[in-house]
Design a protein around this ligand. Structure first.
Ligand SMILES: [Zn+2]
Length: 257
């Protein structure tokens, strides 16, 4: 069976493509992705298309590796380049959530335990305010039985997007997580701080467990509540650019783009 190659949504500025390539390297430098993981962004002028690197380790991505896809995750301009198997995560989230313009998928290690046990991720500090609305867990086994755990088809991507619902972060049982945003910069910020928040939550639980007083009090952790989360997240969407500017300049110091 031959599939028609979808038409491109049109030219994307060199700066946008360079920023997307840099986002991969930033996520690698921040310990969110390693040899695996990927970041995408919706096409700036064609909402039915998105951009993502070819299948390559994130720290090696260059602007020349960026491929355009339709929302069924068919490449428009692969030209012999291989696509990520799990690109359906991105296509189906972009399809389900018009407000989302960028998606990060990673296996960042501190987050994984929260998909394995019945402890929900909570917003431990202001930079992770976006988690205060709650963090759902997608269990691929519920709909697909025993699998290789990968979101390697449109149907699996749809199930993941359904589990995420109206949230911007979703955990994937025994696999990893997804962080999204209304801009590339926000999605990267959230992916970084989801991992940092997970570490802080592990430390907090350990610290609480080490004191007899807190063990006996049964008091909940003093995390951000929903309203604090909403206020701090709104602030971070602007202030987070300071972190992006730092990370972007660090990439620019290594490459000439
Ligand atoms: Zn994965």
């Amino acid at each position: 069976m031959t599939t028609d190659i979808p038409k491109s949504g049109g030219q994307v500025s060199r700066q946008t493509v360079c920023d997307l390539a840099a986002a991969s390297r930033i996520l690698a430098a921040q310990g969110v992705v390693d040899g695996f993981g990927h970041v995408s962004m919706r096409h700036p002028s064609a909402p039915g298309r998105y951009l993502m690197a070819r299948a390559i380790a994130p720290a090696l991505v260059t602007p020349e590796d960026i491929i355009e896809y339709d929302l069924d995750s068919n490449p428009c301009n692969a030209n012999g380049r291989n696509s990520f198997l799990e690109r359906f995560i991105h296509g189906e989230i972009f399809k389900a959530r018009p407000d989302i313009k960028s998606v990060v998928h990673s296996h960042s290690p501190s987050v994984v335990p929260f998909g394995l046990v019945g402890v929900s991720m909570q917003a431990m500090f202001h930079n992770a305010a976006f988690l205060a609305v709650g963090v759902p867990v997608f269990d691929i086994r519920e709909k697909f039985g025993a699998t290789d755990m990968l979101v390697s088809s449109g149907l699996k991507g749809i199930a993941l997007a359904e589990a995420m619902g109206d949230k911007d972060v979703v955990l994937m049982r025994a696999h990893g997580s997804v962080a999204c945003g209304a801009t590339l910069q926000t999605a990267v910020f959230r992916a970084v701080y989801t991992e940092v928040n997970a570490r802080i939550q592990h430390w907090t639980i350990a610290l609480a467990g080490s004191t007899t007083a807190s063990l006996n009090s049964g008091a909940p952790m003093a995390v951000l509540d929903a309203e604090e989360g909403r206020l701090a997240d709104a602030f971070n969407q602007g202030a987070g650019m300071r972190a992006w500017d730092l990370w972007r300049s660090q990439v620019r110091a290594q490459v000439n783009w």
